[in-house]
Design a protein around this ligand. Structure first.
Ligand code: NAD
Ligand code: MG
Length: 285
């Protein structure tokens, strides 16, 4: 058994997009535990949504494996600076790229800034997302439906398109999907629909890019303790978060990071077109 926190959690509703430093327990992004072993030596990674949560854990792991990291995020400057601090403490370079990925121009700007600084992109992690819970289908505002698609899937298309000219053979694209991709939660319908789209997009893109030597995979996390949760779920769902998994608790971001490292590293050279679950035992089929 692990020593990771189990529900019930304290009531702690936050406004979107959430502030990791205010969460209790503080999410474990591997700050004190992740050990690298040179598996990504001198690679260049661009990670969206890397200020906090899963993205931060991936940034810390990549840096400790030897990669330089560009971090895209919305506007959580303090969380982003904390991630950058850990990347730099690992002896790697980091740039911070705040801004709204619902804006088409910003999707190409984060790619251009990364390439300007580091010269290329070896690993692209499309991880930023928006979600909101609603009791009924009719409660979903039209604008929110469109916004969810813009941030979660359209931005992914645009960033991939902008990045590809700077991605050499051997590169890897990793898209964050969800257990919602094949087991949609009705209270998260717009979000769940985008996560199904991400899994499908990934499988199609892997076939397009295989001949160029570029691999594309998605990761489908189950419940993970991050700012996304405390800023969008109901208080009751937050308190009992992760309890309904076979392991009886949410995952911590650090527990998701190792699959991103495998998919990003050259050890994953024959892995493409697939979706990997990190779900605490919830089946994905
Ligand atoms: P998180 O809140 O730490 O990360 C999401 C990040 O997305 C935010 O930090 C924010 O900066 C960024 N973002 C949101 N809207 C944006 C916008 N308009 N423009 C630019 N950036 C924006 O939460 P997380 O749980 O680590 O989320 C990371 C990924 O994991 C998401 O794709 C999420 O859907 C996925 N996921 C999370 C869970 C979970 O239980 N936490 C489960 C399955 C999948
Ligand atoms: Mg954040």
């Amino acid at each position: 058994m692990s020593n990771y926190p189990t529900p019930p959690f304290k009531s702690q509703k936050q406004p979107v997009p959430g502030d990791q430093s205010k969460m209790d327990p503080y999410p474990d992004c591997g700050e004190k535990s992740y050990k690298g072993s040179g598996r990504m030596a001198n690679k260049i990674a661009l990670i969206t949504g890397a200020d906090s949560g899963i993205g931060r854990a991936v940034a810390i792991a990549f840096a400790r494996e030897g990669a330089d990291v560009a971090i895209s995020y919305l506007d959580e400057h303090d969380d982003a600076k904390e991630t950058a601090r850990w990347v730099e403490e690992a002896g790697r370079q980091c740039i911070l790229l705040p801004g709204d990925l619902a804006d088409k121009a910003h999707c190409s700007a984060i790619v251009n800034d990364t390439v300007k600084k580091f010269g290329r992109i070896d690993v692209l992690v499309n991880n930023a997302a928006f979600q909101m819970t609603h009791e009924t289908f009719e409660d979903i505002p039209d604008e929110e439906w469109v916004k969810t698609f813009d941030i979660n899937i359209t931005a992914m298309f645009r960033i991939c398109k902008a990045a590809l000219p700077s991605m050499p053979a051997g590169s890897s694209i990793i898209n964050t999907s969800s257990v919602n991709s094949d087991s949609p939660s009705p209270s998260l319908l717009a979000y769940a629909t985008t996560k199904g789209a991400i899994a499908n997009f990934t499988a199609g893109l892997a076939q397009s890019l295989g001949p160029r030597g570029i691999r594309v995979n998605s990761v489908a996390p189950g419940p993970i303790w991050t700012p996304l949760i405390v800023s969008t779920m109901t208080e009751d769902d937050i308190t009992h978060f992760g309890k309904n998994t076979p392991l009886g608790r949410p995952g911590q971001p650090v527990e998701v990071a190792p699959i991103y490292v495998l998919l990003a590293s050259d050890e994953g050279s024959y892995i493409s077109g697939t979706r990997y679950g990190v779900t605490g035992g919830k089946p994905i089929l």
